[in-house]
Design a protein around this ligand. Structure first.
Ligand SMILES: O=C(CO)COP(=O)(O)O
Length: 248
């Protein structure tokens, strides 16, 4: 099955606009690879300068957040049509930092997934368990429930365009990576959930990433697994090492 690989950087709240342009220049030749989708998901203020900086390269533009209304009195927010107009293609939704720090729940996340598709953006939908759930052994049920909630009323054709990122919270920014077998187990389980909710062709088409302390040293092993189609990379996306992950 030829699912196209997707390696995305989640820059989080890092990089001023001028630093962002510099980073694009540093990475430009290192991330060249036409067999992989390479995406930079950047802070809102960096979207316009990064769109300019990646012109003519293989890099695609992503954003980290938006609000579900098109426009109006929502101080501080940006909308999907604004992102689209600025050249954004991918949008991260449901990241554990948005769930935990900013209180986003599965009802809002589901609304965001539907809005993103309606606006012509491709969601990177994040899911994953806390350390407590991992230790309790109930992580698979938790993640399956997240996926079912977050994809309520999303069509099979849309899911075929969807990217799901499995990001165990205990592995994010901790330097502790899930083993390739642990990551594969959950990514396979997510694909089975999609097959159960939709059908086998939809499950075969959906791309599933692993995220959580992925780096130049562990990327190749993680990406060698059958159900891991890419990575969502935080810290290592801000360094030249990102090029090694793209080419792993
Ligand atoms: O949260 C992540 C990507 O969305 C992972 O972050 P780190 O790669 O820094 O662990």
């Amino acid at each position: 099955m030829a699912r196209r690989r997707i390696i995305a950087g989640n820059w989080k709240m890092n990089m001023t606009p001028s630093q962002a342009v510099e980073l694009c220049a540093t990475l430009k030749d290192l991330v060249k690879n036409d067999d992989v989708d390479v995406v930079y998901c950047v802070p809102a203020i960096d979207i316009v300068p990064v769109a300019e900086a990646i012109k003519g390269t293989n890099v695609k533009l992503g954003a980290e957040n938006f609000y579900i209304e098109d426009k109006g009195a929502f101080t501080g927010e940006i909308s999907a049509p604004m992102l689209k107009d600025a050249g954004v293609e991918y949008i991260i939704i449901g990241h554990s930092e948005r769930r935990d720090i900013f209180g986003e729940n599965d009802i809002l996340i589901n609304a965001k997934v539907k809005k993103a598709f309606a606006a012509g953006l491709k969601p990177i939908l994040c899911c994953g368990e806390s350390l407590a759930l991992r230790k309790a052994g109930t992580y698979k049920e938790w993640i399956a429930r997240q996926i079912k909630w977050d994809l309520t009323d999303v069509t099979a054709d849309q899911v075929k365009e969807l990217v799901i990122a499995y990001e165990p919270i205990w592995a994010i920014g901790t330097g502790e990576t899930a083993t390739a077998d642990q990551a594969q187990e959950v990514c396979k389980m997510i694909r089975d959930v999609i097959a159960e909710m939709y059908d086998a062709p939809t499950a075969e088409a959906v791309r599933i990433q692993y995220g959580g302390s992925m780096n130049a040293g562990n990327a190749a092993e993680l990406l060698s697994k059958d159900d891991i189609d890419g990575g969502l990379i935080g810290g290592a996306a801000l360094k030249p090492d990102f090029g090694k992950i793209v080419n792993a």
